[in-house]
Design a protein around this ligand. Sequence first.
Ligand code: OFO
Length: 165
Amino acid sequence: MLNEKMVQALNNQVNEEFYSAYLYLSMAAYFENIGLKGFANWMRIQAMEERDHAMKIFEYLARQGAKIKLVTINEPPQDFGGIKEIFEEVLKHEQHITSKINELVDLAESLKDRATFNFLQWFVDEQVEEEENANDILSQLELIGDNKNALFMLDKELAQRVYTP
Ligand code: OFO
């Protein structure tokens, strides 16, 4: 049986992950509007992965017989400064999520909750990948600068991303 503090923190993380999905879906909508379909595809898949993160925690709480409480998902921004700014925002957001995951790990450790500690290791690894992905695209955008052709090439590349549940 999970400690009440752990249940609350995990429920909070479900909300964080659904917000992440909502944020990236809003970014997908932005890219659709400006005609960058590859970027929109990347963001749409990112949003689906975030929903999966939320569901992973949801299922864990369910398996532990803990009380699941779904609360309001905040409204994400709709206007973004530009393409590079969006990926700066993605990186910032993922760094925030990494810190939330680290807090959960710390809590599991302090409660000697081995099951949750083990469960969270998947998220620890995932966050390394999430920050790496955001960083990679950001570096490419920095190189691209104002070069429209290079931007369309990157859009084509991001169109290749497929959803792997
Ligand atoms: Fe983007 O990793 Fe979950 O939130």
